[in-house]
Design a protein around this ligand. Structure first.
Ligand code: GLU
Length: 472
């Protein structure tokens, strides 16, 4: 059997990390088993669905690299098909028109509550044959009154629901639109979905969906309900209380690599021994629904930072360069106007937790910095450093090969001439050309900043020292 898994988001907001994790697990399952991954946009809630949200979902999936094999299919384009299936259920007696009015249903509900019964539809219209004048009916599914529905969930194990607990749910509203449980069933059937992998907030819908599928003569797919993701404080993760941190695109903007976020997401509910860092290929070859935890997991931003650093360190520089370019662009830097961006990545790869940090720490390779870091300048651009900077400037202006080895030699020679320690020469130089006290090794930093900028910035540092002397 070919595995066919789907991701079926409702486009009522951005792609948040819970949704992205659901998408990832479905995608991994399909990829692992050589199956197909289908994207379906569940946009039947016309009031809450927006085109921006569809775009945000597609953008998030593209950025994460969760490519789909089929779709996106839009439920709003399938209304005729839903109507056809509803008619089929009506014809076979598995569904019926319900003419109960809102007021009647409300009264019924109140009476049940007063009797301390669970509120449910009494089934009055199950046997009603005559339409009622002036009432636009809904269509209800005729749920089997007895027996039980067994869900052999791949994550949750066996879950049994009593049919007596399920009332006859509405599958078509009085305005003629189909409801969620009906559209999901029709789509999972038509799209030949073999594995429904989704959040466990849908577990209670599953017996209803299975009953409708059986009424249509179908065998239900296999289900896997994923545990919830909680906020750090153990509360339910919500847009309102936990803000932007839950949107996938926000993670991109904060400088996380897509593979680091995937790694982070995969560990929200899944584990493989005590391994923490996974490449995407490793995730694909190791992922198994049987290893998904039953209990909820909490987000952990510190861990995401750590994973991001691990992925930045391990990645090919060319790959990081492609992302770094985006973040330099956001700082108004055109990476073609300075050193080779791949060389910059090689110099910075071991140092940055995020790409935002890497870009900010690399800006001085491309343009003059606004001001020296105050502390660094105070400490290293002292009158005592003047002599070293003057000599360095002299050699750097004359050196033929602007290459790290030769540049290192210059620093070493000046150190020797002044009979001092390397740090007394390299640190003032570092602050002079970068503005900061910490950069990649001095030879590589010089090399990347380039001769012209180095000389200009050393002059600026000498000016700074001269002013300092005047004010002393
Ligand atoms: N559209 C539903 C949601 O976004 C998912 C339905 C499903 O996966 O069956 O929660």
């Amino acid at each position: 059997m070919t595995i066919r898994a789907r991701f079926a988001p409702s486009p009522t907001g951005y792609l948040h990390i819970g949704g992205a994790r659901t998408a990832l697990f479905s995608w991994l399952y399909a990829r692992r088993h050589g199956g197909r991954f289908i994207l379906r946009i569940e946009d039947t809630d016309l009031e809450r669905s927006t085109a921006e949200s569809v775009n945000a979902i597609l953008e998030g999936m593209t950025w994460l690299g969760l490519e789909y094999d089929e779709g996106p299919f839009y439920q709003t384009e399938r209304f005729p098909r839903y109507r056809e299936v509803i008619q089929q259920l009506l014809d076979s007696g598995h569904a019926y028109y319900c003419y109960c009015t809102k007021e009647e249903l409300e009264a019924e509900r109140e009476a049940q509550m007063a009797r301390k019964e669970k509120p449910r539809y009494s089934g009055l219209c199950r046997t009603r044959t005559e339409p009622r004048e002036g009432v636009a009916p809904v269509v209800r599914f005729r749920n089997p009154p007895e027996g039980s529905v067994v869900v052999d969930d791949l994550v949750r194990g066996r879950v049994v629901f009593d049919n007596a607990e399920l009332d006859d749910l509405i599958i078509q509203r009085s305005d003629g639109t189909p409801t969620y449980n009906l559209t999901v069933v029709v789509d999972d059937m038509d799209m030949a979905i073999s594995h429904v992998i989704r959040g466990d907030d849908h577990l209670n819908n599953t017996p209803r969906q299975i009953n409708i599928l059986r009424a249509l003569g179908q065998e239900p797919p296999v289900y896997a309900h994923l545990p919830m993701i909680l906020a750090e404080d153990g509360a339910k993760l919500s847009k309102r209380t936990h803000g932007e941190a839950v949107s996938v695109i926000q993670y991109r903007e904060k400088g996380y690599l897509p593979e680091a976020l995937l790694n982070y997401l995969v560990r929200l509910g899944w584990s493989h021994g005590d391994q923490e860092v996974f490449t995407v290929d490793e995730m694909v070859s190791l992922f198994d629904l049987a290893d998904v935890n039953k209990s909820a997991s909490s987000i952990n931003p510190g861990k995401l930072d750590w994973l991001n650093q691990q992925h930045i360190m391990r990645a090919k520089p060319e790959h990081i360069a492609h992302h770094l370019g985006y973040f330099l662009g956001k700082l108004d830097i055109d990476p073609t106007t300075g050193p080779d961006i791949v060389e910059v990545v090689k110099a910075q790869q071991e140092r940055a937790k995020t790409l935002v940090e890497m870009a900010e720490d690399s800006a001085y390779f491309y343009r003059d910095f606004d001001a020296f870091d105050e502390k660094a300048a105070k400490k290293h651009l002292r009158p005592a450093a003047e002599e070293a900077l003057v000599r360095l400037r002299h050699f750097l202006a004359a050196i033929e090969d602007w290459e790290p080895d030769a540049l290192y030699e210059v620093v070493r020679e000046v150190t020797e001439e002044l009979d001092t320690k390397m740090g007394k020469v390299a640190q003032p130089l570092r602050v002079a050309i970068s503005g900061k006290a910490a950069t990649p090794s001095i030879d590589v930093t010089l090399y990347l900043v380039g001769r012209e900028a180095c000389l200009r910035r050393i002059d600026r540092a000498l000016d700074y020292i001269a002013r300092r002397k005047e004010n002393a």
